[in-house]
Write a new protein. Sequence first.
Lengths: 316, 316
Amino acid sequence: MLTTDLINEARERITPRIHRTPVVTSRQFNEVAGKEVFFKCENLQRAGAFKIRGATNKIRSLSDEEKRRGIVAFSSGNHAQAVALAGREAGVRVLVAMPDDAPKAKVAATRDYGAEIIFYDRLNEDRQKFAMDLAERERLVMVPPYDDYLILAGQATCGIEMLEEVPDLDCVLAPCSGGGLFAGVATAARAINPRIRCFPVEPASADDTRQSFVKGERVAIPPPPTIADGLRVQIPGELTFPIVQQLAEDVLTVTEEEIIETLRFVLTRMKLLVETSGVTAAAAVMFKKLPPDVKRVGVVLSGGNIDPDLLAKLIA
Amino acid sequence: MLTTDLINEARERITPRIHRTPVVTSRQFNEVAGKEVFFKCENLQRAGAFKIRGATNKIRSLSDEEKRRGIVAFSSGNHAQAVALAGREAGVRVLVAMPDDAPKAKVAATRDYGAEIIFYDRLNEDRQKFAMDLAERERLVMVPPYDDYLILAGQATCGIEMLEEVPDLDCVLAPCSGGGLFAGVATAARAINPRIRCFPVEPASADDTRQSFVKGERVAIPPPPTIADGLRVQIPGELTFPIVQQLAEDVLTVTEEEIIETLRFVLTRMKLLVETSGVTAAAAVMFKKLPPDVKRVGVVLSGGNIDPDLLAKLIA
């Protein structure tokens, strides 16, 4: 279970190794959204996303024998960079299995952090099976992107920091892919403020969590076409989905156009580079997907790793 | 004189009306620069630059009679936006005289803040004389961009905040145009840490302050061609130059290419949008213009207002 103890232990373990990211506000954003919004800037986190929290907590919790064997991760990008960086700093061999259409900037950054990379075919291979086979063959320890309580406890520290800075939030929103960030942040937020309302956000074109939430069981979708390359997971996590069911008031969705417009606003008005996946929660607020009675809103800007070519296209 | 009292009064006056901007670090930047660098993010300040500090302090210090008459400012951009916003919030009429080649985004933002705009010809008209005539004709109070101790005291609050967060800096760097930001930050930094070393930074192609510093008197240069549109002032300020002479150890310069490369690095690696003028001090650190014996470096990222078209070109 994702207990408060597990979260507090994660916090002690990772705090010296991560940034305490700032919480910023923008009156311009507030005017457009009609809410008072507090942005937790995980785009300014080490390796450019919240993922370093869970990866550091997991890797620093391995036994010496596991560390000697080395680790493997499968990821479309930010988790890969985080595992590569956290692994290097822990002196551990890191192998990363990446989809062959992963953004170039993310591939390059992962390699720069010293990881070995193996590509697989995103549309025709099951990434989990591919990585499992690889782990078994090379005797590596798997560092999963979300279905692991040590990973979730790491992501939860983002929620603790946000609530410490702004305790009286009415609600928190986080982008949702496998659900690790949302599950962690919502669990931490509720532990601090039991009345806080929690909303995961995903692209309308990658709404596996919304479909699952409505149906009451995990639903798989085909490979989603969304521009939010970090949110292309096809089914909610096994460990995360029950937490989403329990803590989410609703699953919000945003269109591709809403994602792009929000990215532009956050960049040109708020001067923060946030990737497509990273602005989805902000987009839900900007495009008024929240119930009217919430006023003070916490939003995680979850990452900033965007291909410069894509960025140039989006702002041209 | 720019006294500690004046700075402390400014701080009390403006703190409720501005952001306390974060100080961030980047191990990637540190590795490239070979220093430990602390970035004061004034690009995340209200109206996108440090200028709101001085403008708010000046406008909030006006008499009721002056407020009734209204104010005028002349500016290539960030000062204009700051005066427009601070003026609107104080309920004062604001007229802004702008060069006819000011970046479109800055013109639009100034208008959005409710200011009336009058254009002048940057290459053929003396902007100071133009604005003075305008002020006299319309009986407006001039809010100068730097040659005013209330403006300098406002900018100095940026230095106080930075030193509060990181007291043991070896040196501070700030972009230098008229010299208001540098004069304010250096004065505040020295008041807190008398041994701190201070460096203004300007484009090599707009080095009026360096030339003046070397010669020991204010030197005027022709309209400079630099891409750093906020640093195109042709002569150091009357009030600021003596402070630069007294507090600067040296005036550093950076090339256009160094500015652009630093802007790209700060955007893609550190996820912060900083305008060309705003990254000059960071560029001086990245391209090793500092003496080798300084280790802990404070850098002001002074603003983030860049035309989206120019940005798209720079990152393409």
